[in-house]
Write a protein that binds this ligand. Structure first.
Ligand code: PLP
Length: 360
């Protein structure tokens, strides 16, 4: 059986380093906001090319804290892609803001920059983009639109650690919100997240918001949260970060095998020299997606669907978004299939998936 993902296997190369780090932290007796978090923040900021990185509890919180730090008045509108994981939209709703969904480009699955300006109203305050599957959005165009209309720009980088557009890292165009959930390209062994920015004042606000609104212990300046990255996860993340390039290159090699090996009947992700894609997910599209998934399973190959139900079709969105129509997003949700592309997969695993797929 080829798993879709196997987190034990994907983490096995780091077990020894993880164990040493865990024992060191256990014996230190310091578990929250200490030197290990600080060190990871410095390392991740350097990796991404940002001045500041602030560790938080998870990716959803990273998005929420970005919106909170911007002090956007309740009822304002935030532009967001219709084709995303629901967490992006939840962050907007959690801050009592209105998500205005914009359709994706069917070739990239990311927000269509040509559709953004039509969605801007007097109430729009921010654009929240998502670099879905590990491909950057068209950030030069989007950053120019944000600037022209004086809108804040937040990037959901939960799937895009290390992805670049025209050589520039995701999370450096606007405020970057990262997740370190175990399956992400840079995943820890629990929950984790971070915010990246070059703006010192914004960084200070996030640092306060994550820790009860406090800068100095027992002195609270704003109504904050408890949303901290813990020392043990930060220790694991520092170890994995050293190997992130290797993990990404492994995924890119597997993606090239799929790209070159799969027959044209399968719609593959767009490859373009302006984009350095990190393939958090490698998806194909096919009109008989469900039959294809079943066929692969019969041949002992597990796949996944990202995502089976579009956000605006979720029950949680009743009364919020359900009445609107997003046909491109729905088309993607109905036809997309995610193929195995983890650090735990070998080239021969992927070759087997290709051989089986080409006989469909
Ligand atoms: C995983 C993910 C999130 C949420 O991250 P958590 O750490 O699970 O809270 C947000 N947005 C996208 C696009 C994601 O893939």
């Amino acid at each position: 059986m080829i798993d879709y993902e196997n987190l034990r296997k994907a983490n096995e190369p780091f077990f020894q380093d993880y164990q040493q780090s865990f024992i060191r932290l256990l014996e230190s007796g310091w578990f929250i906001l200490g030197g290990t978090v600080k060190q990871f923040e410095t390392e991740f900021a350097a990796f991404n090319g940002n001045k500041y990185c602030i560790g938080v509890a998870n990716g959803l919180d990273a998005l929420i804290l970005c919106l909170r730090a911007l002090h956007i008045e309740k009822g304002s509108e935030v532009i967001v892609p219709s084709n995303t994981y629901i967490a992006t939209i939840l962050s907007i709703l959690q801050c009592d803001l209105i998500p205005v969904l914009v359709e994706p480009d069917i070739r990239t699955y990311n927000i269509d920059p040509n559709e953004i300006e039509a969605a801007i109203t007097k109430k729009t305050r921010a654009i929240m983009v998502v670099h879905l599957y590990g491909k950057s959005c068209e950030m030069d165009t989007i950053a120019a639109i944000a600037k022209k209309h004086n809108l804040s720009l937040i990037e959901d980088c939960a799937q895009s650690h290390g992805a670049r557009h025209k050589g520039k890292m995701t999370g450096t165009f606007g405020y970057g919100a990262f997740s370190f959930y175990p399956t992400k390209n840079l995943g820890c062994l629990g929950d984790g997240g971070a915010v990246t920015t070059d703006d010192e004042i914004f960084a200070g606000k996030i640092r306060m918001l994550r820790n009860y609104g406090s800068d100095k212990k027992y002195y609270n300046e704003v109504v904050g949260y408890n949303s901290r990255l813990d020392e043990i996860q930060a220790g694991f993340l520092s170890i994995k970060l050293k190997h992130l390039h290797e993990i990404t290159e492994h995924k890119r090699t597997l993606a090239t095998l799929y790209h070159d090996g799969l027959k044209n009947e399968f719609i593959r992700p767009q490859v373009h020299p302006d984009y350095y894609d990190v393939f958090h997910i490698y998806n194909i599209r096919h009109p008989k997606r469900d039959a294809l998934k079943e066929y692969l399973l019969q041949h002992e190959i597990k796949t996944d669907i990202h995502y089976p139900v579009a956000p605006h079709k979720q029950k949680a969105m009743s009364g919020v978004l359900l009445k609107q129509k997003f046909p491109i997003s729905e088309e993607i949700h109905a036809t997309t299939l995610s193929l195995p592309i983890s650090y735990c997969h070998s080239k021969s695993d992927v070759q087997r998936v290709i051989d089986v797929l080409n006989k469909f």
